[in-house]
Design a protein around this ligand. Sequence first.
Ligand code: SF4
Ligand code: SF4
Length: 128
Amino acid sequence: MPQTLPLVDPDNKCSRCTNSKCCTYITQHLDTPRSKADFRLLLWQVSHHGVSIYKDSDGWFLLVEGKCEHLQEGGGCGIYEDRPEICRDYSNDWCEFDQPAEEGFDLYFADYASLLSYCRRRFRRWEL
Ligand code: SF4
Ligand code: SF4
């Protein structure tokens, strides 16, 4: 008889998650960019490796890739008892285990070229 695995639910999900994606980046909320000067600053920021920018229903964010130094080989947290509040508050009800975060973004700029293309569409006279 084929073996059936127990269903994945929030209580066992993290123990099945092999890459612990939620511990491999940080995000920083940004003021909503409006002017060319605002976007020129974002163009500089997104030019850096590991930095991308997205907008979702909560606004604009800087996304910086970088694994937390406390993330253990097996996916556990090296400071679990003392982990920061933001880690304690993070809900796994619907997380990167279920769907890549990018799929929930309204806008996503992985690099300089993609943001520059957006700027050229958004500002009719971007070059001036
Ligand atoms: S919250 Fe989601 S992404 Fe993070 S370890 Fe748990 S299952 Fe994985
Ligand atoms: S402190 Fe622990 S739970 Fe928080 S991001 Fe680092 S490894 Fe993950």
